[in-house]
Design a protein around this ligand. Structure first.
Ligand code: GTP
Ligand code: MG
Length: 290
């Protein structure tokens, strides 16, 4: 059967000939419908070339979602692992993501600056990342929250940001990790004051007003015997997902005559510092756009 893509969707040739006649086309050949002009209203959202494309998503109204689903405070391991699982799924399903970074209810995905995926259309990047992530969140929920039913469908917002230089991209990721540190230190002291110190939330907030990081570390240590530096790395640093080469060679069959040898990669999660230079020296492949 003859098939054609005219009109957007794939249709058999006889349907197109009939459609052409209905729309007034001559001799059964496909004429453009008088509605075709509406395509011109679609905005061109091609991402500027040679820029890193970052998609960041964030849970919608998660302050309410975490309460209703009884997340532990300030960090819920099940929730963080579920976020990481969803982000790994995004990296495996979509093309050209070189690194991802997540903390709390947010995740950032960095697409290689040379990517040509979906002709670099921002709306395609954002919608694919967010929908894949949200669907995975619901799909894998029960694997992480076996005793807690999902009460309503969670939502995520998304945005696309372009970074023209490697320095800008590194600074973006450092900014997100600095944000993770600031929020996690605050939340750790806040909930220690409430849970262990017996303060109300309002009193804890008042106690922390105007304090510096050093003050918060001191409260944790002197009043609750908590050394902040011994708190789990995933809470303090967030999660970095990168590709790691697997130490074996796999053979991929292209067709009945041709096969190619490949060094496969897998997605690995790290919880290390990315603000200093060491991480970037150890992982030059992340910024390598070749
Ligand atoms: N208890 C708990 N709360 C969490 C955890 N992870 C994220 N959150 C909460 O999720 C919220 C994330 O903050 P925001 O994204 O700024 O707030 P939001 O309510 O999602 O609002 P919008 O993103 O603007 O829709 C905060 O209230 C966090 O405390 C967790 O592991 N445990
Ligand atoms: Mg949110």
């Amino acid at each position: 059967m003859l098939w054609s893509r005219a009109g957007g969707a794939r249709k058999p040739a006889w349907v197109l000939r009939r459609l052409g006649r209905v729309l007034g086309g001559a001799g059964g050949s496909m004429a453009k419908s008088s509605y075709e002009y509406v395509r011109q209203f679609e905005a061109d959202d091609t991402c500027l070339h040679n820029c890193w494309i970052v998609v960041r998503l964030d849970g919608r109204s998660f302050h309410r979602f975490v309460e209703q689903h009884n997340f532990t405070k300030p960090n819920d391991d099940r929730a963080l692992q579920l976020m990481n699982k969803c982000a790994q799924t995004v990296m495996l399903e979509l093309k050209d993501i070189t690194i991802a970074y997540g903390q709390s209810d947010e995740y950032s995905f960095v697409f290689n600056k040379k990517t040509h995926w979906f002709k670099r259309r921002a709306s395609k990047f954002m919608s694919h990342v967010v929908s894949q992530f949200a669907a995975s969140y619901v799909f894998y929920w029960k694997d992480y929250f076996s005793d807690q039913p999902l009460l309503y469908p969670p939502g995520f917002d998304g945005r696309v940001i372009l970074y023209p230089s490697n320095q800008n991209l590194m600074d973006y990721l450092k900014w997100r990790q600095a944000d993770c540190h600031i929020n996690n230190l605050y939340n750790t002291v806040f909930w220690a004051l409430v849970h262990q110190g017996g303060l109300t939330k309002a009193q804890a907030q008042e106690r922390l007003r105007g304090t510096l990081s050093s003050d918060k570390n001191e409260i944790l240590f002197s009043e609750f015997n908590i050394n902040y530096n011994n708190e789990p790395l995933m809470y303090r640093k967030g999660t970095i997902l990168v590709w790691q080469k697997v130490n074996e060679i796999a053979t991929k069959q292209i067709n009945s005559e041709k096969e190619v040898k490949q060094t496969p990669s897998k997605v690995t999660s790290l919880h290390c510092d990315i603000i200093g230079q060491q991480f970037w020296k150890e992982h030059p492949e992340i910024l390598d756009d070749s």
